[in-house]
Ligand binder design. Structure first.
Ligand code: SAM
Length: 258
């Protein structure tokens, strides 16, 4: 088995990352709306997207919420952040840093405290989630909110069997993240949101070949091709329809406005 490092994986994926999602015009606005609603975002909030990647969702949150100060897009991958635009739009500020850098105070931010932050599909990259989430909670203002958006422990994607099995091995359990946020002093709860994905079959095979999920980078090229053959046999239909279900773990810090 060949395992590419996480940084290398996103450096390679960066340029085409957004293309994987724009074919469904409803998905990004729908998700951004769910994020803004869960965090109760308002125009006066100081907001950060941790592990923002290309800023696909931050851009849409900005469009919906119109915050007075730029949303901070924090990510260790310069290649992903470059996709924000050069120069970046005035309402998004790229910050090249990991969640760990922020948690440990190694990265300085333009805001002393944050009113709201979210981590969408980046929590599985944290080496020590308990420690790092605690550090991130320390950057919240009184009444601040943190949202972790992640896939559940099992998924119903039309992937090949070995990929689904590996996903279950690697994916942290959302219930554990709830426990981590509570241990860090937040009032935390878990809910789920679901969106039906409809993807042209060949397009999806192309996404798998491009390793659109980081877990696919743990397979060699020949394992991926074998996997796609398995998917081709299991899914003769021209359009794949499947539920994309996300766990939403919301933590709130006590204090004014909580
Ligand atoms: C699956 S992508 C998600 C990007 C974006 N949140 C989205 O939903 O489109 C995961 C992102 O996490 C970033 N990442 C990897 N390790 C990280 C870390 N230790 N701290 C913060 N972000 C990290 C990667 O560079 C990548 O941009």
């Amino acid at each position: 088995m060949e395992r590419r490092d996480v940084r290398g994986h996103y450096e390679e994926l960066a340029a085409e990352y957004d293309e994987h999602w724009v074919y469904d015009p409803n998905y990004v606005p729908w998700m951004a709306d769910r994020i803004a609603e869960a965090l109760r975002l308002g125009p006066t909030d100081r907001i950060a997207d941790i592990g923002s990647g290309t800023g696909l969702f931050a851009r849409e949150v900005v469009r919906q919420v119109k915050p007075r100060r730029p949303v901070l897009c924090v990510d260790p991958s310069e290649a992903m952040l470059r996709q924000l635009g050069i120069p970046p739009p005035p309402d998004l500020t790229p910050v090249v840093a990991s969640a760990e850098d922020l948690a440990e105070g190694r990265a300085s931010l333009p805001y002393k405290e944050l009113d709201a932050m979210w981590l969408k599909e980046s929590v599985h990259h944290l080496a020590d989630p308990a420690h790092t989430l605690r550090g991130l909670v320390g950057r919240l203002a009184p009444g601040g909110r943190m949202l972790v958006v992640m896939l559940p422990a099992t998924i119903r994607y039309p992937l090949f069997e070995a990929a689904l099995a590996r996903f279950e091995e690697l994916q942290p359990d959302p219930a554990d993240i709830v426990g981590r946020l509570r241990a860090a002093g937040l009032e935390a709860s878990l809910t789920h949101v679901e969106h039906e994905l409809r993807i042209d079959r060949d397009k999806y095979f192309g996404m798998v070949r491009a390793r659109y999920m980081s877990l696919l980078s743990t397979f060699t090229d020949s394992e991926i091709e074998k996997g796609i053959e398995e998917m081709r046999a299991a899914h003769p239909e021209p359009v794949l329809v499947f539920p994309d279900r996300f766990a939403f773990i919301l933590g709130k810090r006590g204090g004014e406005g909580a």
